[in-house]
Design a protein around this ligand. Structure first.
Ligand code: PRP
Ligand code: ORO
Length: 175
């Protein structure tokens, strides 16, 4: 699937209009329901292939933040052949008590961090800090969609590199 077809498929499956409150507390007249596009195998496969383009030889691990990043990281792993982990929002108070699920992130790791939607970038920066605290390098943060509401600036200010597969402009969305 080429980028244009992928963009059209995402809009077709996941673009909603209404009054929405976002994670950041911002209000929006639209919402991109990542679970709706992640549920479509053609889109999920194509996204994995797009993410895999960022998985250079030095990348040792792909990470996806809970919850929307999980399927994306799995798809990117299949497409790239690199292992993947989940970054939880917080530790469970029982069982292993892990924040990182699927294996440890070590100081030798170079991690590609994948995200579904970047609005302010707050969620993905938290996940990136977990990776950094383990001593590993965050190679790049790549989101499926950049809503262009500060994510790039905030992610860069936090010391990480950022890219997105598409932006809200590609989807023909105006504020
Ligand atoms: O860039 P930000 O301003 O942080 O906002 C975007 C984040 O918010 C949403 O997560 P949500 O809270 O819906 O979590 P979920 O993945 O657990 O459903 C979205 O999936 C991003 O992770
Ligand atoms: O900022 C968010 O919380 C957000 C925006 C959006 O379009 N889609 C989504 O899943 N989360």
């Amino acid at each position: 699937m080429n980028k244009q077809e992928l963009t059209a498929r995402i809009k077709q499956e996941a673009y909603l209009e209404g009054d929405f409150t976002l994670r950041s507390g911002k209000k929006s007249h639209y919402y991109l329901d990542k679970y709706l596009f992640e549920a479509c195998p053609d889109i999920l496969k194509a996204l994995g292939e797009e993410f895999a383009k960022y998985a250079d030889d030095d990348v040792t691990l792909i990470a996806g933040p809970e919850l929307g990043g999980v399927a994306l990281a799995a798809s990117a792993s299949i497409a790239s052949g690199k292992k993947w982990v989940i970054i939880r929002n917080s530790k469970k108070g029982y069982g292993t008590g892990n924040v990182v699920e699927g294996g440890e992130i070590t100081e030798n790791d170079v991690v590609l961090l994948v995200e579904d939607i970047a609005t302010t970038g707050g969620q993905v920066v938290e996940a990136a800090k977990v990776i950094r605290e383990s001593g590993a390098k965050v190679k790049k943060i790549v989101a499926v969609i950049d809503r262009k509401q500060g994510a790039e600036e905030n992610i860069t200010d936090a010391g990480f590199e950022f890219a997105s597969i598409i932006t809200k402009d590609d989807l023909g969305i105006t504020d």
